[in-house]
Design a protein around this ligand. Structure first.
Ligand code: HEM
Length: 165
């Protein structure tokens, strides 16, 4: 657009998909919508649902606000997450053996939830962050948890915990 000789670029944070206008993730409310819907899909998933609800017995009214803070910090910087994102996963996979397929399913649900609701630069960044963190968690868990689950298996078989290596 030209105004009095100046060229003004107007950035519109909207993208079109299949004829529908999709907005980008721009406000804390957008993050809340994304994360609430994501965990609804997770709870509906035949494999991940029972892991969250029955194995971890997640207390959702407490967990969701932590996840809002985590994603707002990453995407909008309107919050400051100070937790330890690794430890709950190490705890969880002491209870059941970790399978890399859990992580790829988590990621695929996350990406499809983003695509269902938003499009744009921040939406792309959200998927990119999720991919990086999922990959990282996968590496950290597979590096540490075999030792722990072996310990648990050993304890079940022998009645005592042995930590070799
Ligand atoms: C196999 C996939 C995953 C499973 C089954 C899983 C499960 C869980 C569970 C059970 C908790 C504890 C919830 C509670 O407070 O009771 C948790 C916490 C959390 N998860 Fe995951 N998660 C997965 C992947 C991811 C990924 C890929 C990310 C990041 C992109 C992530 C980020 C977090 C964060 C930030 C917390 C909160 C840590 C805190 O308490 O500060 N998770 N997860």
């Amino acid at each position: 657009m030209h105004v009095m000789g100046f060229s003004i670029r107007i950035k519109i944070n909207q993208a079109t998909r299949d004829g529908f206008t999709m907005k980008d993730i721009e406000t804390p409310q957008d993050v809340h919508q994304l994360i609430s819907e994501f965990y609804q899909h997770i709870r509906d998933d035949a494999v991940l649902g029972p892991i969250f609800d029955e194995v971890a017995e997640v207390d959702w009214p407490n967990h969701l606000p932590v996840m809002f803070t985590f994603w707002e910090s990453l995407l909008l910087r309107t919050e400051h997450y100070r937790g330890n994102a690794l430890q709950p996963h190490l705890n969880l996979f002491q209870k059941i053996p970790f399978e890399p397929a859990f992580m790829s399913q988590w990621l695929s649900i996350f990406k499809s939830t983003v695509d269902e609701l938003f499009a744009g630069e921040v939406a792309e960044r959200a998927k990119h962050f999720a991919e990086g963190i999922a990959h990282n968690l996968d590496r950290q868990i597979t590096r540490r948890v075999p030792l722990m689950t072996e310990g648990v298996e050993l304890e079940k078989r022998t009645g005592r915990v042995e930590r070799q290596r």
